[in-house]
Design a protein around this ligand. Sequence first.
Ligand SMILES: *Cc1c(COP(=O)(O)O)cnc(C)c1O
Length: 402
Amino acid sequence: MSEAAGEKDLVELGQRYLYPNYRQPAFVLSHGRGSELWDTQGRRYLDFYAGIAVSALGHAHPALARALADQASKLVHVANYFYNEPNVRLAARLCQLSGLDRAFFCNSGTEAIEACLKLARRHFFSQGQPERLRVVAFHNSFHGRTLGALAATGQDKYKEGFGALPNVSHVAYGDLAAVRAVMGPDVAAILVEPIQGEGGVLPAPPGFLAALRRLADEHGALLIADEIQTGVGRTGAFLASTLDDVKPDVVALAKGLGGGVPIGAMLCREALSQALPPGSHGSTFGGNALASRAALAVLETLEEEQLLKAASTLGEHLQLGLRGLQERYPTKVATVRGRGLLQALVLADSVDARAVMTKLQAEGLLVTIAGGQALRYSPPLVVRSTEIDEALAITERVLKAS
Ligand SMILES: *Cc1c(COP(=O)(O)O)cnc(C)c1O
């Protein structure tokens, strides 16, 4: 591929050779810095989707770039037949930050969920309760796209055409009575997102996670928190579940963890450490030295730049601004919701959300749609308050004209 290839050529290559399961617009992103991105034509965008809540440190953060270059020049991969230094350091750091005791590494969110589900089933198998196979999850949830994670996902649109999936009981998010009604001696785990991200940025009602914790305990089942989108500081705490004072038995992380370098993790309590003995589960790439070093750089930077605090104060600033838009455009904005730097401007049903998103793109603001009508604002945790103001101004311009 020659450097001189223009936008049109690249778009043509994408359209000709990429598997067409996405619908990319006709420009090509080439580089970024902080919360800014540029395409091959030099057009600038404010990145308020951060690669779907992934680029926690924004783009080209020197700490991440340095860590990757240094690690790449030493050791990229050895597979899990051997320890590697960044990986054991990362495991220790994640356990410290989460209050959990053991870390298993993989390469994506859906793999982290697979690990959680397999851990839960295998745990009860090794406890002499092999009948505990069922999982309780929630309508409108998203847990990933491998077949196990897909079974747990509570949205039919992701499942259509993929055939029979493992048995998962789905109930309404926030409906404790409904959860209680489906609990039973065959339930291995309750799987919950502290905020339903893909479902439209829906925070759990206050007290709901704590109530699930109690229900799981009463029934001898595990509580698994899917913090793939909410974790690693996005909501202002390292884990969103701790904002509700809840300690899950198992936590899934991915998205923000590697700052864009693929890595996922399953964290669990010590009591579950015998559930997956050697040979029962694994991953070739999981936790490799390069990805682990990236995650370590992310965690160090979160601390050095106090990004949890930033996520919480900048998140308030963003939410306040979005609420202002709701007040000024009451017929176009239905509601605003979210926590920290995971916020949604939910458009009225009469508004074509996809058309608004496309107009925002043309005006230089990148956001994503979640749950049909929600514009999701999930900028890098390093976003500046002036950039938030700029994003709000662009949104206002587009709303006014829509
Ligand atoms: C993105 C996401 C997943 C899936 O992660 P992938 O890395 O895309 O496999 C699972 N659960 C939640 C809550 C997510 O936001």
